[in-house]
Design a protein around this ligand. Structure first.
Ligand code: NAD
Length: 691
């Protein structure tokens, strides 16, 4: 017998009703799914032959949670709350059988069940905070009752899932079941019935929260310990408030508070930005003129040229994914240094317990460091990461063209240079592409995929697919100086350098950026990267502050001073020497110094970036405004709760940005000349998102 709909059905196995969610790919609980569940659950409840109910997901997961495309739309009946109420009202044991994932509303659903069993592969989590929200279907009230407030806080505030093993240890699941999940869950249900265990609803459980009532300070301790992680975000504090209510208030009052806080967050700007960013990231993977029917090429072996800062990190991405890498260098010393750095990185990860020692060996075993270029002959993809000099890149590519097998993809990690010019050095420009990794390349998620004018579609498709395989967020960009990210960064940098001559000090500029939510301001970043990047004593002519600092031996953090002074622990303090150098250079250059407001600093740094973004869009360098935002969030630490520079522009309105640029243009000239696209949007009252 089968009752319900295709999306949620009920079958009877002996005296156990099995309610199956069947809404691929992740059993998201859309309105139709919820309706099917309520019908199926009610039928199971009403059938006297049914002694217990098993809730299970068809396909690869239990449930990924609410259908987030329904967020922000008017709620449709039955709500998720109605489904949970139906489960909780059952007089029979209800067992959630979890495999794959139980995320968000999926986990909240399982928390209303009397029992949970999990397959060994299951992951359970409440990721709502990552969308600027909190679990709004009882998760903040029930999870603490099941695992205790400390563990609940950690799960809810981090949004990170836990494994089945951890779930068992914390009491989140009652048992890990091996073998076929449905049969095992039904057997578990029968055992519960046979044993006649008393049914305790989660809402009535006291055992895990009672001890915390004597130690409410735990919430302040958690807050203090996580202050850095929370910086700028609103949702984590609301999560904490809700979990605290689980301990302090009766269940129904806690639920009411959770609902109120959830609605506040849902209507707030941060969650709107974070949900936008979530969809933006998914959209970035789609290339409008490269349909899914174009198959990516197989990448079985990768070559990396250059074992420096970037080459080593790039290689690690592929080793981590189980793909063999040949890493070639010009100098034996550099090759050994590069290999040793990779080893040290893995050893450090292993020391922290995040990698098994045998995995370190497996990964190192996949690496073939070599001084012989010829070893690149059988690679399916070769990524060049040598010095940022066109002459060197050209030489490398013409050599590579002689060696690489026909059809192999030839990629450059250049930060600024023209991919077409590089491609022209080969007999196969259609196989050439830019793969712009960010430093540290084994950590940063962003990958700018630079499409040359002749790059083949299959090569683009391969780069996008490969990025996913190695855990990167790929954004397709076109050829121009600095592509999307660095081109916009240059606009910000230009203004930052001007601002310090006009009277704002580097620490003022940096503070405005960090207050805005970026991890670091432009001058702290310059000190970290090294002011001497691309600088030589011989060619230095004291033509800007940076050169002057280098001439004084102030290269940044590594020399104990740059724009800031650094102590032995690399803690920064404003540098009187740098300040004096800046003021002297301003005087010499005839730039009058004045008081500059924080608002002006913010506008001068960010609005030219937006303006550059508008030009990038007009030129077709980026496919869509949201791609630019993905670049800035994942490559430059733009705060996700502000959605990226183009989303931020939309929140201000094109007209407001345009007016300020025009005002700055009067004094500052064409650096502020508004982009035609910005003018069009302002005139038409449109947003970048509407394009
Ligand atoms: P690096 O100086 O640390 O490393 C370059 C390595 O290439 C050196 O070890 C050098 O010996 C080797 N090399 C030079 N010529 C070679 C040749 N002909 N054959 C083989 N090896 C050769 O430089 P990096 O910081 O790793 O930068 C490499 C590339 O990555 C540059 O194009 C740079 O613009 C780009 N990039 C750098 C960063 C960054 O933050 N460092 C970020 C993104 C992209």
């Amino acid at each position: 017998m089968q009752i319900g709909s295709e999306l949620a059905s009920m079958t009877i196995v002996d005296d156990v009703a099995v309610v199956t969610l069947n809404s691929p790919p992740v059993n998201a609980m859309s309105t139709a799914v919820r309706q099917g569940m309520v019908d199926a659950l009610k039928a199971a409840e009403a059938d006297p032959a049914v002694k217990a109910i098993v809730l299970i997901g068809a396909g690869r997961v239990f449930s990924g949670g609410a259908d987030i495309t329904e967020f922000g739309k008017p709620p449709m009946s039955p709500t998720l709350q109605d489904v949970l109420d139906t489960v909780e009202a059952s007089a029979k044991p209800v067992i959630a059988a979890v495999h794959g994932v139980a995320f968000g509303g999926g986990l909240e659903l399982s928390l209303t069940c009397t029992h949970r069993v999990a397959a060994p592969d299951a992951k359970l989590g409440l990721p709502e905070v990552k969308l600027g929200l909190l679990p709004g279907a009882g998760g903040t009230q029930r999870l603490p009752r099941v695992v205790g407030p400390e563990r609940a806080l950690e799960m809810i505030v981090s949004g990170d899932p836990v494994s089945a093993k951890t779930a068992l240890q914390t009491g989140l699941v009652d048992e890990i079941v091996e073998g076929e999940l449905k049969a095992a869950a039904v057997a578990f249900a029968k055992r519960i019935v046979a044993e006649g265990r008393p049914l305790v609803r989660t809402r009535d459980r006291e055992d895990k929260i009672a001890p915390a009532r004597a130690d409410l300070a735990l919430f302040d301790r958690f807050k203090a310990a996580n202050a850095r992680r929370f910086r700028g975000f609103i949702a984590p504090a609301k999560c904490l408030e809700a979990v605290k209510a689980a301990v302090e208030l009766p269940f129904d009052d806690g639920i009411a508070l959770e609902r109120k806080l959830f609605m506040e967050l849902l209507r707030g700007e941060q969650s709107a930005a974070q949900r936008y960013a979530f969809f933006a990231e998914r959209l970035a993977g789609k290339v409008s003129d490269v349909p899914d029917s174009i198959q990516p090429l197989p990448i079985r072996k990768v070559g990396v040229i250059g074992a420096g800062t970037m080459g080593g990190g790039i290689a690690m991405n592929f080793l981590n994914a189980g793909i063999p890498v040949v890493m070639v260098e010009a100098k034996a010393e550099a090759l050994e240094r590069g290999r040793a750095t990779i080893r040290r990185n893995y050893d450090n990860t292993a020391k922290k317990g995040r990698l098994r020692p045998e995995d370190v060996e497996t990964r190192m075993g996949l690496l073939d460091p070599s001084l012989e270029f010829e070893k690149l002959a059988d690679c399916d993809l070769v990524i060049e990461a040598v010095f940022e000099l066109m002459s060197v890149k050209k030489e490398v590519f013409s050599r590579l063209d002689q060696i690489a097998r026909p059809g192999a993809i030839l990629a450059s990690n250049t930060s600024y240079l023209d991919i077409d010019e590089i491609a022209a050095m080969t007999s196969r420009p259609e196989s050439v592409i830019g793969l712009h990794f960010f430093s540290p390349a084994n950590v940063m998620r962003l990958l700018e995929v630079v499409r040359g004018h002749k790059t083949d579609k299959a090569v683009v498709a391969t780069a996008m697919a490969l990025a996913k395989k190695i855990g990167k967020v790929a954004v397709l960009v076109g050829v121009c100086h600095g592509f999307v990210g660095n081109r916009m960064l240059s606009a910000r940098q230009r203004e930052a350098s001007k601002l310090i001559l006009e009277g704002a000090m580097p620490w003022d500029v940096d503070r405005v950026m960090t207050d805005f939510g970026l991890p670091m301001g432009p001058f702290a970043m310059a000190d970290l990267a090294g002011l001497d990047l691309g600088w030589t004593k011989e060619r230095s002519t004291s033509s800007n502050v940076r050169e002057i600092l280098c001439e004084k031996g102030r290269y940044g953090q590594k020399t104990g001073g740059g724009f800031y002074d650094y102590d032995a622990d690399r803690r920064a303090t404003p540098s009187p020497v740098a300040e004096q150098a800046i003021r002297a250079f301003a005087a010499k250059s005839g730039v009058p110094q004045r008081d500059i407001s924080d608002q002006e600093i913010l506008e001068r740094l960010v609005y030219p970036m937006i303006n550059e973004g508008a030009k990038i869009l007009d030129e077709g360098i980026a496919q869509r405004a949201s791609d630019i935002d993905v670049v800035w969030i994942n490559g430059y630490g733009w705060p996700v709760y502000r959605g990226g520079p183009m989303f931020y522009a939309d929140s201000l309105g094109a007209k407001a940005v345009l007016e300020r640029l025009r005002a700055y243009q009067v004094e500052g000239g064409d650096d502020f000349k508004p982009a035609p696209l910005l003018e069009r949007l302002a005139a038409e009252g449109k947003r970048f998102q509407d394009l």
